[in-house]
Design a protein around this ligand. Structure first.
Ligand SMILES: *Cc1c(COP(=O)(O)O)cnc(C)c1O
Length: 396
């Protein structure tokens, strides 16, 4: 039968809602999905060409487990240039997506009885990855007034002798908010004082609006750098979700442990994708501001339209491609055949009544909110929000 460990985890909520929406679509229903967690852009041609070249040249065999030296060097150069971080190749591990790097880090760092602090709203996989490694997620609430940034007080209060790490994600999926340098400095101080680790998921670093600049917590000083595992990847910035390549950078001993684990599970990330990733880093970057400008237009439109709906409010996000809207005004209301008790009910109601797919806040540990991705066309955003508005209007 199924192991106790496997019984502890649930399938990724975001992926399962997307699957359900796709099934409805396949059956002929005109579903508009705001549930997707990937850019609606195609991978840039220069990156595709690098992969095709790799295939034609027969670069289709096993590579070193933790990534080819050329890619590790490109990543080291990127971390230096973008993040002011110096890492040697033995402090970098290339994995099968950032999610895989996160998982390797969880395997390498957590033991039974350890506690791992996760500020909510959180990305869906963090608590389950902790559970899969026999440790205990400790969820720390943040507030909408604080733009969902964890306060130093709340963090300090959550730390015990068993605390092993804190997981940070900025810019954040699902909220779209990020941590500025000041907030990171306050957290770094607590982390160093308590000698714990930070898992720093920075996968949306290039998707920041209004001229905001990303700062990595690892760049604050040598003491925090030693205790940080930086996680990043290619999926979001380069529209490469299907290629499955991401990476971790950190202390050599931790990276080595992660690599050993990877060597006994997946082995190397796909050889072809590694060549594509080198081109993503070293090739032209002009695709990014173009995509960002379009996301920015959609962001403003979606948030403006959300705020125009009675009983819905949404703060303007700073990054990523999600709007995290407050729907608390609708909880307790009823439709013809159901009471909307929570965000899950709301997601179900909107899917059935308006053929709109989105993710309930409860999936991210935050009740009373819904997450809408604007990685979809302006027309769909327009039409979808009109449908949501109409569906909410008939609730009493
Ligand atoms: C998409 C996403 C990831 C996973 O990225 P992959 O490289 O595709 O595995 C990790 N963290 C967050 C917060 C994400 O939204």
């Amino acid at each position: 039968m199924i192991s106790e460990r496997a019984k502890k985890v649930k399938p990724s909520a975001t992926l399962s809602i997307d699957t359900k929406a796709k099934e409805m679509k396949a059956s002929g229903i005109d579903v508009i999905s705001f549930a997707v967690g990937e850019p609606d852009y195609d991978t840039p041609d220069n990156i595709k060409a690098a992969a095709i070249k790799a295939i034609n040249e027969g670069f289709t065999k096993y590579t070193p487990v933790g990534g080819i030296p050329e890619l590790k060097n490109a990543i080291a150069g990127k971390l230096q240039k973008d993040n002011n971080l110096q890492y040697k190749p033995n402090e970098i591990l290339v994995s099968v997506g950032a999610k895989h790097s996160l998982y390797n880090a969880a395997q390498a760092l957590y033991s039974e009885g350890d506690e791992v602090i996760i500020p909510a709203p959180y990305w869906v996989s963090y608590p389950d990855q902790v559970l899969l490694n026999d440790a205990t997620p400790v969820i720390v609430e943040t507030s909408e007034e604080d733009l969902f940034v964890v306060s130093p007080e709340a963090l300090s209060k959550a730390i015990t002798k068993k605390t092993r790490a804190i997981v940070l994600n900025y810019p954040s999926n699902p909220t779209g908010f990020t941590y500025g340098k000041k907030a990171l400095e306050a957290i770094a101080e607590i982390v160093v004082k308590n000698d714990i680790y930070v898992i720093s998921d920075e996968i949306y670093e290039k998707l920041l609006y209004d001229g905001l600049k990303h700062v990595s917590i690892a760049s604050i000083g040598p003491e925090i750098k030693k205790r940080t595992i930086v996680i990043n990847g290619f999926s979001k910035t380069y529209a490469m979700t299907g290629w499955r390549v991401g990476y971790a950078a950190g202390d050599a001993a931790v990276i080595k442990a992660m690599e050993n684990i990877q060597s006994q599970s997946t082995s190397n990330p796909t050889s072809i994708s590694q060549k594509a990733a080198i081109e993503a880093i070293n090739g032209p970057q002009d695709f990014i501001p173009v995509m960002l400008e379009e996301f920015d237009r959609r962001r403003k439109h979606m948030v403006t339209e959300l705020n125009a709906i009675d009983g819905v409010s949404c703060k303007m996000p700073q990054g990523a491609f999600y709007a995290f809207a407050n729907i608390k005004g609708y909880l307790g209301k009823r439709s013809a055949n159901m009471v909307i008790k929570d965000s899950s009910d709301m997601a179900l109601y909107l899917l059935e009544e308006a053929a709109i797919a989105l993710v309930p806040g409860s999936a991210f540990g935050a009740e009373g909110y819904i997450r809408l991705s604007y990685a979809t066309s302006m027309e769909k955003i327009q039409e979808g929000l009109a449908r949501i508005k109409a569906a909410l209007k008939i609730l009493a």
